[in-house]
Design a protein around this ligand. Structure first.
Ligand code: FA5
Length: 340
């Protein structure tokens, strides 16, 4: 049958040309989808002279359908794997079994990633702000809509000083001061060291870094938030990164989200660095709660804003392939001197 040979040849040619996952998906829809060419041909195979010939055509079409489906799946998996391999080649890896080379000084990985993220946000009109490591309960909790005795305080158990001050548990502790300093409109990021009374494992430490971001202006919405996060992550990793947004509860945002990225250490398969889930919780975020804006002296009739709390330490782990967070605070030059 001419049309059947032509159909096979057309598929083979387009299959050979499909160079990425999206092109393969288009091909699958075009040939095997509900209205796909092979599907349609199976439903109405034209040109058969007899019942036996019709049977033969159907048999050939079914073989073609099966083979096409399998070829597309295999090639899609190969392309996915080679994209991961290529990305891994680009990712600097550290190896603690290498001899220590100290010909020149080097920056700690957190410093490197912090500067990189700051530069990305500065290029988008954000200022970079500094904030103390020791603060008070008002800034760390109350100004963030977490009154004393609210159960949300349990989420961030911290270290109290004898004078009643606290080591800041999150960079959100600076939000109020920065709102009061600049008023609205405002675009700022503020990196900082945070402290929590935590059970320590491969991706939790009691001392780690976050980078907070806030944008307050007229008509700011969740779309602005997603846009800035995607730009930042694709710049940091130099390629598109798979992210997912889940609803998340933080008293200082409404609505609130958890932004997770696909674990780049295991490619999403699951490993100790991502708690075997394939995803790494990286950046909670949301629209700033009106109570928080009011505490900061912002007119909530005129302004809205988003805030995010990027886990800078975890971002460094993903970027540099550091499997255990404890290496970062280890003080070991065998680890830290590998990043130039
Ligand atoms: C917060 O700290 C909120 N302040 C973030 C926020 C800001 C939400 C603005 C909404 C608006 P969370 O406790 O989930 O949220 O911590 C934020 C990120 O810090 C986490 O996603 C994670 O990447 C990092 N992080 C938290 N705890 C640890 C830890 N013990 N070790 C290393 N990284 C941590």
């Amino acid at each position: 049958m001419d049309w059947l040979e032509e159909l096979k040849a057309a598929f083979a040619q387009e299959f050979a040309q499909a160079a990425d996952g999206a092109a393969l998906e288009q091909l699958r829809v075009k040939y095997l989808g509900k209205n796909g060419r092979i599907t349609k041909a199976l439903a109405e195979p034209g040109g058969a002279a007899s019942a036996e010939a019709l049977l033969e055509i159907r048999k050939e079409l079914n073989t073609l359908k099966k083979a096409a489906g399998a070829e597309i799946s295999v090639k899609a998996e190969q392309l996915r794997q080679s994209a991961i391999d290529a990305a891994e080649l680009q990712t600097p890896r550290y190896d603690t079994s290498l001899p220590l080379r100290l010909e020149k000084g080097s920056y700690a990985p957190i410093t490197l990633i912090q500067r990189e993220v700051e530069a990305i946000f500065e290029s988008m009109g954000f200022t970079v702000e500094d904030y103390a490591e020791v603060t008070d309960e008002y800034n760390c909790f109350e100004a963030l809509n977490i009154p004393p005795y609210h159960p949300a305080r349990d989420m961030q158990d911290t270290f109290y000083l004898e004078n009643g001050q606290v080591l800041k548990t999150h960079t959100s502790a600076a939000q109020n001061t920065i709102m009061r300093k600049y008023g609205a409109p405002l675009r700022a990021v503020f990196p900082g060291r945070c402290f929590r009374n935590e059970a320590i494992d491969a991706n939790h430490d009691n001392t780690f870094f976050q980078m907070e971001g806030m944008m307050i202006d007229r008509d700011i919405s969740i779309s602005n938030l997603i846009y800035f996060m995607k730009i930042m992550l694709s710049e940091v990793f130099g390629r598109p990164v798979k992210v997912r947004l889940r609803p998340g509860f933080f008293p200082f945002v409404e609505p609130g989200f958890e932004l997770d990225i696909n674990c780049l250490i295991c490619g999403g398969e699951g490993c100790p660095s991502c708690g075997h889930s394939g995803w790494l919780e990286l950046c909670p975020c949301g629209m700033i709660h009106p109570n928080v804006l009011r505490h900061g002296g912002i007119d909530t009739e005129q302004y809205t804003g988003f805030a995010f709390g990027l886990g800078l330490t975890r971002l460094a782990m993903m970027k540099y392939g550091i499997k255990d967070i404890r290496d970062l605070n280890s003080g070991s030059l065998k680890v830290l001197a590998q990043f130039v």
